[in-house]
Write a protein of this length. Sequence first.
Length: 387
Amino acid sequence: MPKWYFVMLLLPLVAKAQSWQSMGPFHPDNLLDIHFIHPDTGFAVGGTTDAARLYRTTNGGLTWNLQVLQNQPIQYAIGSTQDGRLFCSGFEGQGLYSSDLGLSWNSMEFANGSWMMDWTQTPQGKLIACGLNGSIQVSNQIENGWTVVPSTTQSWLLALACSPEGQLWCVGENGTILKSTDEGSSWEKEDLEAPETLTGIHVLNKDTVFVTGFNGLILRTYNGGESWQRIRTGEQNLNDLWFASPLTGWAVGDGIILHTTDGGNSWTQQPYPLNYLEISAITGLANGTLYASGKGGLLLKQTNPMGLESQHSVFLLFPNPSEGRVQWLKPGPGTPSVEIYTTEGRLISTQAPDSQGVLHLSHLPKGTYILVQGNTRAKLLLHPNDF
């Protein structure tokens, strides 16, 4: 296990709701990706060639713990796997994973020492990673067994995403867009006249995909890649984007945040603190909160940007989808029982989390359930591998 240590960082948020708020910078390192598993609990990753740097918050960004992993290189992407672990892909084929919600980290290696710039997981549980010189690798587990598959390109592949239905999309240099419909075993290159480097991708479903790129480029398809529209160009490079719905989304890049409410037909620029710093990544939560990270240790937050109102708040079910063992991040003495409903509203079970905040639901058949506890609720997909 690599060496790591914590540094507590405290900086008050300094802007009103529905504007971008600065949560840093805490350190001049570049923060290349950001990921939240709960409205309170999130991570940002980056570092240098000889020390990975991971920031962890458990209070929605009010404070961040800095974890420095010596002898582990910079990490490019972070996310959650279906078995409840955190996973990072990084420099020179080195990656990291955590089985305790980011308190400690273990190292792993990809095949051939290839730099892996991004990764995703299919609904069936297969892990897919992409990176240097067109490298694409697949595995059924984080720790080992990574296999190189043909990718039909030598261009650097920078971003990867999977649709809810299982289609995989990968983008990179020289306008490269690859698509796979067989869990990454084979890939087809999209016929696209776009010489720009493509940097970010957001897949809403098997038909609707948005892509960002250099020169302010945003691409969109509504037909699964049969045709692509260049819906925006500009001067500033874009690095990432995130959509809350087919109409509402954000794109970020070199000193710029863009917002659309009409599916990308038009975009407006949003101001943010420290706008001389480039933004690398953006993500959003079900409660409407947005987070972004970037160069120079930049960390940003926007609360409820769409003015979302709901009777119910959201609590974490982790992992989700799950095979039945579900962690709730806020257990406590006297935790009330959780009611489990079908999507048709039929109550089928009531269960209290155990002393570790775990619900044991493997006895339920495959399907989607609504879990309710007081005025909080969440949607859970059980046994995804059985679909």
